[in-house]
Design a protein around this ligand. Structure first.
Ligand code: GYE
Length: 332
């Protein structure tokens, strides 16, 4: 499968390209006239099945999608957030099919279980674009996917852990994302491969469902079981769970970032602030600003243009000094 990496700067370029095009009379149309390759001026109705509102990353992603699929850009967005309930998310997609929307965008909560409903969308002639998370279904069943390389994020986090702590005996606990989700699966695989052969030992791993409360509760359980002195390192699959873990560590009378080190993924504002404050030690970015790219793909697919099947957006990583430098200009 072909991979295309886009930096944040390139994203802006793609978005500008997607929203500006030549009309039949040779002049430039603005995005509202362009209507996603349909007859100029027609509104394109897009059903977007979002996972829910579990994290800061998710809020930024929802905002980005709503801004890109706006009326000014020629879209009518039918938005559904499934509250992390996979059956509800599939039901939302079915209802988009019944409503006869022009295109469907999905941020799939979990990887498995999509074959039937994707086939139903295909039978109804409605193209599906995936954003953010991936599915295990055949890629013939959707037009394109845009998102992040979750395994590479895990590798980056693991490589930093290996370099910093790999030479000393380090007891690690993991706060996993939603069970069965692509980022939880791939961030685990990537991290584990990067720490192989080091002295970092994974003593426990449980899901905190990508939420702050989930991270806090699971961390409280780990602290009860192993004690403050029995845990050296937390790997959290997202910032929100790391922020919950910080609360649990402080409540147990220890200092997060010192007594117990923390590595997480996302680089949303609150996570970056905790990194600057020394409570988190390292964060790998996961860019949630996928709206313009997703809208560009919908536009192209409806226009019958060839699109890349898989569009990867590049991520950075931050230690404390890098976070200090980056925080003032962060968009999310
Ligand atoms: O890391 C987490 C969110 O799917 C990449 O979902 C996304 C993840 C993100 O809830 O914060």
């Amino acid at each position: 499968m072909r991979k295309r990496f886009l930096s944040t700067l390139a994203l802006a370029g793609v978005a500008a390209f997607a929203l500006t095009a030549c009309s039949s009379d040779g002049g430039e149309t603005d995005s509202s006239e362009m209507a996603a390759g349909d007859t100029a001026g027609d509104t394109v109705t897009v059903g977007f099945a979002q996972t829910g509102s579990e994290s800061g990353w998710r809020s930024a992603n929802t905002e980005s999608m709503k801004a890109a699929f706006s009326e000014e850009n020629g879209f009518e967005l039918v938005f559904n957030a499934a509250d992390n309930d996979t059956a509800a998310q599939i039901a939302a997609v079915r209802s988009f099919i019944n409503q006869g929307v022009d295109a469907i965008v999905i941020a799939p909560i979990v990887e498995d279980g999509w074959d039937d409903v994707l086939q139903e969308a295909a039978d109804a002639g409605i193209p599906v674009i995936l954003e953010d998370r991936t599915v295990s279904a055949s890629d013939d069943l959707y037009a394109a996917w845009v998102g992040l390389d979750f395994e590479a994020e895990g590798v980056k986090a693991g490589e930093w852990a290996a370099a910093e702590y790999g030479d000393t005996e380090t007891k690690m606990v993991v706060l996993e994302g939603t069970t069965g989700s692509a980022p939880a699966n791939d961030r685990a695989t990537g991290f584990d491969s990067a720490i192989e052969g080091t002295m970092i030992e994974k003593i426990d791993s449980q899901t905190g469902d990508f939420t702050r409360d989930g991270g806090k509760t699971v961390m409280e359980g780990f602290l009860q079981k192993y004690g403050v002195d029995g845990i050296d390192l937390v790997y959290a699959h997202n910032d929100d769970m790391a922020l919950g873990a910080i609360e649990a560590i402080e409540a147990a009378g220890a200092v997060p970032g010192e007594d117990i080190k923390i590595i997480s993924i996302d680089a949303v504002h609150d996570g970056m602030q905790a990194l600057v404050d020394g409570q988190i030690n390292y964060i790998v970015e996961c860019n949630p600003l996928l709206g313009d790219l997703a809208a560009g793909l919908v536009t192209d697919v409806l226009a019958g243009n060839d699109v890349e099947k898989t569009v990867y957006v590049e991520d950075q990583a931050f230690d404390q000094a890098a976070a200090e430098a980056a925080l003032p200009d962060r968009a999310y």
